[in-house]
Ligand binder design. Structure first.
Ligand code: 13P
Length: 340
């Protein structure tokens, strides 16, 4: 394992003031996003949409890496080059989702286990040849009556760690994503307890499997109230408890934490990140790897129409810039109104 190379890639991905654009929606998930704008999810529409995202002028000012889906890493831009080359020309690192999705956990049917270890090595070899430098695997943890179970937390942690170890042996940086979903009526303290337990078990397993912690990025949920909880915690509490949870449970060798947005509004996802970056002496960089919270304004401006491409790109650029400011603790809500 080339530790030095892994550490360099991981650090570069979280170099201030940049973060990651997650554009690795599976065919099913992008289909749901297209349904919202009444657009058919066919291969050409998906390609056109990704093309407009990646072609956004100056995106590289705020975005260090983009996570792609298997279909997308093999596609071409309208600019006579592949998406991979388009991104590389902008010095944006290419990432790839390598898990095969969260499936029902047999024996605990309300829970999920992420699959994809079978054949992973050969898929990584192929992605390496195609130019990927980093990868992502997402595990899903659900809060509900008597769940998450220990089995769900342990099995997902074992799979995440096995994935990370295999990916590192090929010289690619694994993003390790244990997502505690915000679905439910639980309060923020429940989310804190579950997220803390998940991170403890995960880091035990990562160490057991000799994963090099200086060569991963962690992609966690923030510690927030369930989306159906009646008393929603305020942004200051979210920032404080999330920072506490991470500093208590994540070893300081990990170079960076890149949050998922998980269904938070665009503005809240940015505000939370900003407040966290106001804390001093954090042991790791705190940045973003947002999907919805970066793309939502872009897709709803685009609506599948060529005439709206510039509008959609401006929307992506703006959210990228605001989240970039949040990595520095320099965002404020008044910037939402001004077109910058
Ligand atoms: P969201 O920011 O939309 O949660 O997506 C991030 C992601 O990559 C989930 O795996």
């Amino acid at each position: 394992m080339d530790k030095e190379k892994l550490n360099i890639i991981a650090k570069k991905l979280v170099e201030e003031p940049k973060g990651i654009l997650a554009a690795d929606e599976s065919t099913g998930t992008i289909g749901k996003r297209f349904d919202q704008i009444n657009l058919e999810s066919n291969i050409e529409n998906r390609r056109k949409y990704r093309d407009l995202l990646f072609s956004t002028a100056q995106l590289e000012k705020y975005i260090s890496g983009v996570i792609l889906f298997d279909e997308t890493i093999r596609q071409d831009s309208d600019q006579n080059t592949s998406f991979v080359n388009l991104l590389k020309k902008k010095k944006i690192a290419v990432g790839i989702k390598v898990d095969l999705g969260a499936k029902t956990l047999i024996g605990s049917e309300k829970e999920k286990i992420t699959e994809g270890l079978d054949g992973l090595s050969s898929r990584i070899e192929n992605y390496n040849e195609l130019g990927a430098e980093f990868t992502k695997w997402r595990a899903v943890i659900t809060i509900g009556d008597n769940i998450p179970s220990k089995k769900c937390i342990y099995l997902n942690s074992i799979y995440l760690s096995s994935y990370a170890r295999i990916v590192q042996s090929y010289g690619l940086v694994p993003i390790v994503e244990p997502e505690v979903l915000m679905d439910g009526n639980h309060d923020i303290n429940k989310c804190l307890d579950v997220t803390s337990e998940v991170l403890q078990v995960l880091f035990q397993e990562l160490k057991k499997q000799d994963v090099y912690l200086g060569g991963i990025l962690l992609k966690p949920n923030m510690v927030i109230s369930g989306n159906e909880c009646e008393s929603q915690a305020d942004p200051e509490t979210v920032a404080e408890l999330t920072v506490k949870c991470l500093t208590d449970n994540v070893p300081s060798e990990v170079p960076g934490i890149v949050f998922l947005s998980g269904g938070q509004s665009n503005e809240l996802a940015t505000e939370h990140l900003n407040l966290m970056n106001k804390f001093n002496n954090l042991p790791f960089k705190l940045s973003f790897s947002y999907g919805r919270a970066l793309q939502h304004p872009a897709i709803s401006s685009w609506l599948g129409k060529d005439s709206n491409i510039k509008l959609a790109q401006d929307a992506l650029y703006k959210r990228s810039e605001l989240n970039s400011l949040a990595t520095l603790g320099k965002y404020n809500l008044s910037l939402e109104e001004n077109s910058i």
